[in-house]
Design a binder for this molecule. Sequence first.
Ligand code: PGA
Length: 241
Amino acid sequence: MNKVVVANLKMNLNIEEISEYIKFAEKEFNDKKIIICPTSIYVPYFLKKGFSVGLQNVFHEDKGEFTGEVSPQQASLLGVKYVIIGHSERRRIILEDDEIIEKKVLSSIKNNLGVILCIGETLEEKNMLKTNRVLKRQIVNVLKHVEPEMLNNVVIAYEPLWAIGSGLIPENKDIEGIANYIKGIVLELTGYNDIKVLYGGSVNEKNIKDLSKIKNISGFLVGGASLDPKRIAKIVEEVKK
Ligand code: PGA
């Protein structure tokens, strides 16, 4: 099965750079296997050109007095297909907790958005051998009220915080082991036995070949290396082989 690539552009690129990006991407990788998550104000530009588009965050209510927020319903009606929820930068900097992340996930599923739920441990937690415990807590707190069939719309992105933007990366066998662990937790919690797991954290055009050998993951969440369309094109090319 071909793996999927999610490009998380975060709060990067100005309008000129986005125009260049789209021009290049249209030729090189306008493909359903790549989901582009630009800063939200640029979403319509990508939609207009037929890209698969995801938001980097969403609110949990459908509409109302929530200045500055975007609802899953608004996104879905616009043609957005996916949303990243619970990214570590939102947990750490915006102080989102599992409770709000659960609300966002449930509301997004209700509105037919594909959810990319991010989980991961800090370096300190890893060193204290708490990785499994942390991942289990993040999964249970957020997915405890979902019905198994709702999980057709969810993938879990395993992103160790110490690997994000650091150039460090776990060994393939460790990613494989953790992906199995995540699948087991979801099965035990919900009875759903087909949850897809992505890996994210310092994925780039050089390490993608090796990472692609991991059998039990379904794709990659790419931050820094997705900002240059030439680099992400190389990643997509490798993943599609
Ligand atoms: P990175 O970011 O690829 O720059 O490590 C990944 C992410 O934050 O999703």
